[in-house]
Design a protein around this ligand. Sequence first.
Ligand code: ZN
Length: 233
Amino acid sequence: MHHTVATYSQRQISPPEAFSKAIGGEFLARIKLTGIPVIFLSPGSNEGGTWGGFCSESKYTERGEIAIHRALVEPTMCLPQPPIIRRVYLHEASHRLMEGHAHNAAFFAMNLVFLLRSGNGDEDPDWHYSSLYDLQDEAGRMPEAFAWGWKIALELASSELSADECARSIESAYCAWEEEQARREERIAEARERRAMESAKFRALQGKVNERWWFALCGGIFGVLLALALRYS
Ligand SMILES: [Zn+2]
């Protein structure tokens, strides 16, 4: 006997007002992104931790949508904060464009392109909120990853490339950078091995020299004793 299984399917509705205000057409044009579908969710009562949004793999979504916490746009829950809505949206949109990159330097660069493009005035620009959280997978090579991500994001943010084109450009640059890093690590390991071998050789040589001095000293003392013995015998 087979069970009949049903599932929910999405229905398009007009966006919550707070969301439309934060992510308007002008904003999308500025960041050069074709809007990514959004689904607003309330977390289940047994869910631990806090989250503002998430991005599931495309294959687990209906239309490649990203999820944003309902509380961010629902005025009856708390006063909507446009900068927070914007940053959560941009973070999750970066995940959608950089699928498979989790929080590595490529993801960091993509999110930074958005934050640099989104602006929000001179006093409190969105890029001030770029975070090392976005770069957490590069913990072992943070300074290099940060410098690489920052440089490429600055170049791309001021270009005419669409967000999607920026993502593809970051992706291929990241591949090349990863290979370069691997070669660099190899060179460092080889140099370390060479140094270890040279210092082992030096220690062995030093041991031999010390040995010779010791023999020479013993020979000298023996000679003096022999001379004295002959002199006073
Ligand atoms: Zn994330």
